[in-house]
Design a protein around this ligand. Structure first.
Ligand SMILES: CC(C)(COP(=O)(O)OP(=O)(O)OC[C@H]1O[C@@H](n2cnc3c(N)ncnc32)[C@H](O)[C@@H]1OP(=O)(O)O)[C@@H](O)C(=O)NCCC(=O)NCCS
Length: 141
């Protein structure tokens, strides 16, 4: 078990460190400025810390009552496999109880979400800014 603490606020965030975390986790990466705006404008955010080191993150967009979409679930590689990914997702789910939750899993991460109770969408559709990139990564037909 890894000693960690959880925060739910963007206040004082080092956006370069957050961007580096997401990049190191292997997710498609935006600029620090874009993450600052995206996390600030999210309904709920979760950050995981080991002492003062940022080790994990996640965020959710929501109407707060019916629908929630989850994004940017990431852990530094050396912190993966200890139950912290589950903690991040369950923390986000707790922020909007009673909602439906959707997300698109990174390739080969579907089983992680299935273990948390998620099912595959049969009719999910997306309109993306950069569909070729998603096709290349195997996330779009
Ligand atoms: C995906 C990620 C968030 C999972 O977090 P994690 O802390 O490694 O996973 P956990 O330890 O909380 O695992 C929870 C359960 O899912 C399982 N699991 C985790 N990753 C899995 C995977 N890739 N495939 C299958 N099962 C997986 C675990 O075995 C565990 O099962 P258990 O409850 O039966 O023991 C983390 O590995 C990560 O940051 N990966 C890189 C970034 C990424 O792909 N993010 C997801 C974007 S959609």
């Amino acid at each position: 078990m890894i000693e960690h603490r959880i925060s739910h606020s963007c206040e004082g965030m080092d956006w370069n460190a957050l961007t580096e975390l997401i990049r190191t986790a292997g997710l498609a990466c935006q600029t620090p400025q874009i993450y600052q705006k995206a996390f600030h404008n999210s309904y709920a955010v979760v950050f995981l810390w080991e002492k003062e080191k940022l080790i994990g993150c996640g965020r959710a967009l929501s109407d707060g009552t019916v629908q929630t979409a989850i994004y940017d679930i990431a852990l530094l590689p050396e912190y993966q496999g200890f139950g912290l990914g589950r903690t991040i997702v369950e923390e986000l789910i707790r922020q909007t109880p009673g909602c439906n939750f959707i997300l698109y899993a990174a390739p080969r991460k579907e089983s992680f979400y299935q273990k948390l109770g998620f099912s595959r969408l049969k009719t999910g559709m997306g309109l993306f800014v950069n569909p070729d990139n998603l096709r290349h990564r195997g996330m779009l037909e």
